[in-house]
Design a protein around this ligand. Structure first.
Ligand code: AMP
Ligand code: MG
Length: 332
C-alpha cells in the first residue's frame, strides 16, 4: 500500500495506561494507509503483537487499492478473483451493511474517489457530467459473489473497502490476540480504536474522541472489549476557493457528504459494523443516524454536528464524560 500518511494526528487518543506491574508489549507500524499501534499486556504479549502486525500486513496485501497485485486491484481490473475466507467475509459484510444503510455505505465508491483526486492527491472539483458518469458505476449490484469468487460489472466498476477494512482488521486482530492468551490490550488504527478486555488494573479503557480541526477532544468514553471508531470530514480533505472538500462521499450526489455532521463515533463490540456505520451515518446526518440507531441493535453513537452541538445515545450515557454540553438520545 502506498506509504501515504493520510492523517498525521491520531484521531482518538488512548488515555491512562495501566500503572500496575503486568508486562507490556507494544509495536507501531504503517499498514492499511495508517499508523497502527498494538499494545498487549500479559504473558504472550510479544508474540501476539507480532502476529497482529503480520495479520494486518496480510490484509493490506489483499485489500490495498494502491498495491497493483492485491486481490481488490485485480478485481478492479475486471478479473474474477477467488476469495479467501477474510475477503469473502469482508465483501459479504460490505454488501449487507450497504443494504442495511440503504446505500449510504457503498463499497463501490472508487470511481468517484478517483474523480475527486482522493486516490492520487491530484485534487479537483469535477464537472457535474463527470460526477454523473462516475456515479453510474457505483451501484452495489455490480459486485457479484458467486461460488467462492467475486467479479464486478459493468466495466469500470471498482471497489474501495477503505470505509470498512480497518474495522474488520482490528476485530480480527483482537480475536486472534485473545485466542493467544491476551486478556488486556488496545489497538489504534488512526481513527479506529479496539480494546481487548479492560486495563490490567481492572478499570475500563478510556478512549478520547478527537475534536475535529483541533488539538482537543470532544469527550471520553469508557469501554471494555469494544471498538470506538470515528469518521469525519477532517480526516482527509482539500481546499478550493475557500471551500473544504472531504473524502466521505454521499452516494446520492457523488459529492462530499454535507449532512450537518462534523464527526460520527460508533461504539460497538462489532468492529466491522462500527467502521462501516461511522462512514454511512456521517453521510446520513443526525436525524437519520438517530432513527437508524433506534431501529438497529449492537452499537452506540457520539454525534458532533457542524454547529457544535453534541449528542450521545442512551447506551453509553454512564460511560461518557465531556466538558461540552450534550444531549442524550433515548430509545423513544
Ligand atoms: P472512514 O474513514 O471509515 O469513514 O472511511 C472513509 C473512506 O471510505 C474513504 O476514504 C473512501 O475510501 C471510502 N468511502 C467514501 N465514501 C464512502 C461511502 N459513502 N461508502 C463507503 N465507503 C466510502
Ligand atoms: Mg468507516
Amino acid at each position: 500500500m502506498k506509504k501515504v500518511v493520510i492523517c498525521l494526528m491520531t484521531v482518538l487518543m488512548c488515555l491512562g495506561l495501566c500503572a500496575c506491574g503486568d508486562s507490556k508489549a507494544e509495536r507501531s507500524f504503517f499498514a492499511m494507509d495508517t499508523y497502527i499501534t498494538v499494545t498487549a499486556y500479559g504473558k504472550n504479549g510479544e508474540k501476539a503483537v507480532q502476529a497482529a502486525q503480520e495479520l494486518m500486513e496480510g490484509y493490506d496485501a489483499l485489500w490495498s487499492i494502491g498495491e497493483e497485485n492485491s486481490a481488490v486491484s485485480r478485481l478492479n481490473r475486471g478479473e474474477r478473483i477467488s476469495l479467501d475466507r477474510d475477503t469473502s467475509a469482508l465483501l459479504d459484510r460490505s454488501l449487507e451493511i450497504s443494504h442495511m444503510t440503504q446505500g449510504a455505505f457503498d463499497p463501490l465508491m472508487l470511481p468517484v474517489m478517483e474523480l475527486w483526486g482522493f486516490t492520487d492527491k491530484h485534487y479537483a472539483v469535477p464537472s457535474e457530467d463527470d460526477i454523473k458518469k462516475a456515479l453510474s458505476l457505483t451501484d452495489v449490484q455490480g459486485l457479484h459473489l458467486e461460488n467462492g469468487t467475486a467479479y464486478l460489472t459493468p466495466e469500470g466498476c471498482k471497489a474501495d473497502l477503505g470505509g470498512i477494512a480497518k474495522g474488520y482488521a482490528s476485530g480480527a486482530a483482537a480475536d486472534m490476540m485473545r485466542k493467544m492468551g491476551v486478556s488486556s490490550g488496545i489497538l489504534s488504527l488512526g481513527g479506529n480504536i479496539r480494546t481487548i478486555g479492560e486495563k490490567p488494573d481492572g478499570s475500563p479503557w478510556r478512549v478520547a474522541v478527537r475534536m475535529p480541526f483541533d488539538e482537543g477532544f470532544i469527550g471520553i468514553v469508557e469501554v471494555r472489549d469494544k471498538a470506538v471508531i470515528t469518521s469525519g470530514g477532517y480526516e482527509r480533505y482539500f481546499e478550493e476557493n475557500g471551500k473544504l472538500y472531504h473524502h466521505i462521499i454521499d452516494p446520492k450526489t457523488g459529492c462530499p457528504a454535507d449532512s450537518g455532521l462534523m464527526s460520527v463515533t460508533v461504539v460497538s463490540g462489532d468492529d466491522t459494523l462500527a467502521d462501516a456505520l461511522s462512514t454511512a451515518l456521517f453521510v446520513m446526518g443526525k436525524e437519520q443516524a438517530e432513527e437508524f440507531w433506534r431501529e438497529h441493535e449492537g452499537f452506540d453513537l457520539i454525534l458532533l454536528c457542524d454547529d457544535g452541538s453534541l449528542y450521545i445515545t442512551e447506551g453509553i450515557k454512564d460511560d461518557f464524560t465531556s466538558d461540552m454540553e450534550y444531549e442524550v438520545i433515548s430509545n423513544r
